[in-house]
Design a protein around this ligand. Structure first.
Ligand code: ZN
Length: 235
């Protein structure tokens, strides 16, 4: 009988890389020819993709069997995007990207819990994404729910209350700063707080590539009405 300790040892002996697909020499061939694997190149790729998307003229991306098979050995996404689960905010569409191009971390309210943080670290350390974009959006229901907690003491059932807890400090800061549109201010504040947290994470997997200019972490907010992403917190 295999002991629990032996099982854990066997499981942890599996290289992290094999869980998601190895990067090898072939993986370099999988990088789309138009994707820049530098922080600035990646940001420009997303900017340009969104610019075209917002005009409503974006071309279809390659969804062929050939493309799927080409990606089979590995992935080499150009950016990680932490975004909201909102069905109106699908990152690949907003940025005109296709299969194998974005490493997406999604939950309602685009917060970073342990699972999200681990996913980001994996994207940076193993997949070598040069850009992490924290993307919020206009009329975000999760931020609105946090606003309702602050304003009315609303109590949400199940895990929803705990899920939106990390957004509450953003609402309180936005409220303190004043302004006419507390929801929009809270959405931006929520993004900025996450960007700052990631930039100042004590984890060397993020700190080292930032210090060596191999990684940028930026914020953005998506306008449902205009289809445009306003990038901010670019430093
Ligand atoms: Zn949302």
């Amino acid at each position: 009988m295999i002991s629990r300790r032996a099982m854990i040892a066997a499981a942890t002996a599996v290289p992290l890389i094999s869980c998601f697909g190895a990067r090898d020499a072939r993986s370099q061939e999988m990088v789309p020819p138009d994707s820049g694997k530098t922080p600035d190149g990646a940001l420009e790729l997303l900017r340009e993709g969104n610019r075209v998307y917002a005009t409503g003229t974006a071309a279809e991306r390659d969804k062929s069997e050939q493309r799927r098979l080409a990606l089979l050995p590995s992935q080499s996404p150009v950016a990680a995007v932490v975004c909201c689960s909102d069905s109106r905010v699908p990152p690949e569409l907003l940025f005109g990207r296709g299969l194998g191009e974005l490493f997406v971390i999604r939950n309602a309210g685009n917060t970073v819990d342990t699972a999200a943080m681990g996913s980001i670290e994996y994207g940076v350390a193993v997949l070598k994404v040069p850009l992490v974009l924290v993307l919020g959006h206009q009329r975000c229901g999760a931020v609105d729910a946090a606003l309702s907690v602050v304003r009315k003491g609303t109590d949400y059932p199940g895990s929803i209350g705990r899920m939106i807890e990390p957004i509450i400090p953003a609402v309180l800061q936005a409220q303190q700063a004043g302004g006419t549109d507390l929801l929009e201010a809270s959405i931006r504040r929520n993004i900025s707080r996450t960007v700052n947290r990631l930039r100042h994470a004590s984890e060397p997997m993020l700190m080292t590539p930032i210090a060596e200019n191999r990684l940028r972490i930026v914020g953005g907010t998506y306008s449902l009405a205009k289809g445009e992403v306003d990038f901010f917190d670019l430093a």
